[in-house]
Design a protein around this ligand. Sequence first.
Ligand code: GLU
Length: 498
Amino acid sequence: MNSENPIRVRFAPSPTGFLHVGNVRTALFNWLLAGRHGGTFVLRIEDTDAARSEPRYERQLVEDLAWLGLDWTEGIDRGGEYGPYRQTDRYDLYRRYAGRLVGEDRAYRCFCSAAELEETRRLQLERKETPRYEGKCRHLPPEEIRERVDRGDPFTLRLRVRPGTVGFDDLVFGRIEIETAQVSDPVLVRSDGSPTYNFSCVVDDLLMRISHVVRGDGHLSNTHRQVLIYEALGAEPPRFAHLSTILGPDGQKLSKRHGATSIEDFRRRGYLPEALVNYLALLGWSPPVDGQEILALEEIRAQFDLGRVQKSPAIFDTAKLDWMNRTWINRTPGTELLAAARPFFAAAGLLPDAPSPAVDAWAGRVIDLVKTHVDHLDQLPEAAGVVYGPDAAGIDPDARAALAAPEGREVALDFVRRVEGEGALTPEGYRRIVGEVKAATGRKGRHLYHPIRAVLTGQGSGPDLETLVPLCDEGARLPLPHPVLSPAARARRILEAV
Ligand code: GLU
């Protein structure tokens, strides 16, 4: 981890679907490792699966990473010394390395057809054996190979796996060693000339001088094959760190069944990127100081260490994520939350789509008033209903009772009369009026405030009235797609409804 051995890590997604929490945690841990050591975080696109790769997924993942704040310094859209960074732009390189392996007899041509291989596999499974390539084309005589190549028979290239054991020291899982017999000669290049994942991944990690490969533990069995490919290329493999699978609360692999899993879903539901990265960092990693939970990305980066990554599976707990999101929402000023919250308000018809200084300053204060009641931003418009004004259905029994009682009604009517005689209702004006109602009616404490709250909000409890009332008053004078009822107007509407 010095200048001679800089940390170079990569996130290498396949653009075959939306980024989900598992991929993003992988991206995050790579980003943290690079950031902690002043290293380089490379974004490489593994798009060799032509049938399933789509440009829209690549666009989306770039957007998701940017939204989460996981910026890369080298890779697609950025360039760098070791590009290109999209695998379909690197086929010449794979061909060159494949040619070298064949030339050195470390790889060989396999002419077995897909149907033949499938039949062998079926028989092996029937015999309860682990399916593996039996090595039919391992030792074809050179003349036969030439003849078949000349004839145009399709072939794949397979690695000639040596006998013995193969292993690596995983930074999370420790030493993992297996008999190479368990790895049947892996295909490096398909019959259509495209490289397999294991081959392109090794060529790229090698040429891009990747120092640490951090990825999901679903790739553990690939790693043995990759180590053998490095060996065949006469190269030293990078260090490996595999991250344990993320499970749902039921102990099953996290999937759509468990609710939102794609980053796009989380964004659409109003989770903050700060909360998501905070939560994902703690899925499998823990800070050296016990009990620290709410951490900003920079704070996590300053402490991140692969040595504190656990190998037992992490459980994705939505309730915990919601708690973190709530905490981050409450730590963030309303005016800052507004950018992310605006689409939700606009969709509910409560705010204009476009920013406007007067409306935005007011909306920021509305968010500050009601944000303690939400887990995610998509719940804000409903919570803001208290500012926009109640409808008849929104009057709760507690408020009805307060206004039905003669003493309560007297307070409410006196309050409304005074509010109607007032111009703009400032916090001071509101306090003065409450003082006047108190003097005029002789009520105090709950007997005073409860009917006032009831007549203003239709609720028995709710946000601080000294903040709410001026917000309603100002809102009533703003050009909003859904009008805010002034304090006097809402009081009248409520009195009519009870
Ligand atoms: N494209 C692979 C994936 O998305 C990358 C695995 C790796 O990091 O080597 O699973």
